[in-house]
Design a protein around this ligand. Structure first.
Ligand code: FE2
Length: 466
């Protein structure tokens, strides 16, 4: 806020006085709002951001003095200047005691009005600064905590992927389980928070296997009872790895309980039925389905039909019957991981068409025809990657790129700028604004495809290393 664009609310029951003050303050560059009584003023303060209130003391209904106490309680940041025809010292003192920082006596000297309002606006700005600073500090600490948590999860998940990759039969298992669990969670209408916990819990569900003997883990024949018991320690070990850092019961519950049977008859099981946390019950189904439909060293992969039949047979014994029924009713395309979404933001229809035909087989291409729409879609769909034209109506690509990279929720989406030929400045600006790569127009479909794939791969590996 600066004094020039500060917003002043004039509260006076005399329209002539409000007009006069408004004209004077507007000519000084202030933005003015008006209210004819205390009730209207308080309701306006609920809706608008106001820096200074110029408040008449004697008004019909609630007096200015009564309103002052209420206003300072509800909006402590707002500076108040009292205005009145009563020239009495006691009233002035009482106003100050209740939080007013200025006092004007009618008839007003307009120069005095301007000077007092300017002082009040300055003071409001100074008072607000430490609060803004405090809010900013809190926001940064929160962001930092989220980044640390995400980094930990990502490095743990990378460890899990590396472990799975040692055995061709389990490679990619955690990622597939995560996709399937997410599909079930979406179908069940879980909240965003629950879906995020489900995501991390699924990715990390087998992390404890890093402590399981490799020869047993990859054994090509059926396990003995002892070997099975040894493998099953991964749930307890995994929990002890994740718990001290994650401090999130829903995630650790998934790691600990994803082999729990619904009927409670599993190995060393301490819960049964609905006592088993919901997200763990979801992962149990997703985990079993992926395991059955993947080839293992000791057996071939089951077909989708066979795996669904197994789930049907174990409904109510191994699996939660409600989740099992819901899963059985899901179509293959719902269960199978969706293609990653690529957003093309370009005002030229021909470019959007070219992108669609170049990427359509491997990705789901979504479109925006201007910068504002691109921002909206980035927020709502969180695509895997954005291809961003620079010259666009409503908001240009550089500004949209900057806004995306400054927003904690979407800043990790990689952006590939589509720059005009020989526009080195565009490339430099794109890089400075956080763009991950650029493509010079005109480009071939193959080149585009390659660039999208390599940028995604680079971004995925950065996410895992983070
Ligand atoms: Fe497991």
């Amino acid at each position: 806020m600066t004094e020039e664009n500060a917003t002043i609310l004039i509260v006076d029951d005399e329209a002539d006085i409000r007009d006069l003050i408004r004209e004077v303050l507007q000519s000084e560059g202030y933005h003015c709002l008006e209210a004819a009584n205390a009730t209207a003023a308080l309701s306006l303060l609920e809706r608008e951001t106001v820096d200074v209130v110029m408040l008449d003391i004697v008004m019909a209904g609630k007096s200015g003095l009564e309103m002052l106490s209420e206003l300072k309680m509800l909006h402590p940041n707002v500076a108040v200047v009292m205005a009145t025809g009563i020239s009495d010292m006691d009233t002035a003192i009482e106003c100050t005691r209740r939080g007013a920082i200025g006092y004007l006596t009618k008839p007003f000297k307009l120069s005095e009005v301007v000077r007092t309002v300017r002082q009040a606006a300055d003071q409001a700005r100074l008072e607000r600064k430490p609060r803004d600073y405090h809010d900013e500090l809190e926001r940064r600490v929160e962001e930092q905590a989220r980044t640390i948590r995400k980094s930990f999860f990502a490095s743990m998940a990378a460890l899990s992927f590396a472990l799975e990759a040692k055995d061709p039969y389990t490679a990619g298992h955690s990622r597939r389980v995560t996709d399937i669990a997410n599909a079930i969670g979406l179908k069940m209408g879980l909240s965003e928070d629950e879906l995020e916990d489900l995501h991390w819990g699924s990715l990390l569900h087998d992390i404890g296997k890093i402590a399981v003997r490799q020869d047993i883990l990859n054994k090509p024949t059926t396990l003995t009872a002892e070997e099975y018991e040894h493998v099953m320690t991964h749930t307890v070990i995994g929990t002890s790895i994740v718990e001290p850092i994650v401090n999130n019961r829903r995630i650790t519950d998934i790691v600990e309980c994803h082999h729990y049977r619904y009927d409670g008859l599993g190995l060393k099981q301490r819960l049964k039925g609905k006592q088993i946390p919901l997200l763990a019950r979801i992962v149990t189904v997703a985990d079993a389905y992926d395991a059955m439909t993947s080839q293992r060293a000791f057996r071939p992969a089951l077909s989708r039909k066979e795996a669904l039949n197994e789930i049907r047979l174990a409904k109510g014994t191994q699996f939660d019957p409600v989740i099992a029924d819901l899963f059985l009713a899901m179509s293959d395309s719902e269960v199978t991981p969706q293609k990653r979404e690529i957003l093309i933001a370009d005002d030229e229809e021909s470019i959007r068409l070219l992108v669609r035909s170049a990427l359509g087989d491997d990705f789901t291409v979504i479109e925006a025809s201007d910068g504002l729409e691109a921002l909206k879609v980035a927020h709502t769909r969180k695509p895997a990657l954005i291809l961003m034209d620079i010259l666009m109506p409503k908001k240009d690509g550089l500004a949209a790129c900057h806004e995306i990279k400054s927003n904690v929720d979407i800043k990790d989406i990689p952006i590939v700028m589509l720059t005009g030929i020989a526009h080195d400045l565009d490339k430099e600006l794109s890089t400075n604004l956080g763009a991950d790569a650029y493509i010079t127009k005109p480009f071939t479909p193959d080149y585009l495809h390659e660039k999208v794939k390599s940028t995604l791969a680079e971004n995925d590996s950065l996410t895992c290393k983070a």
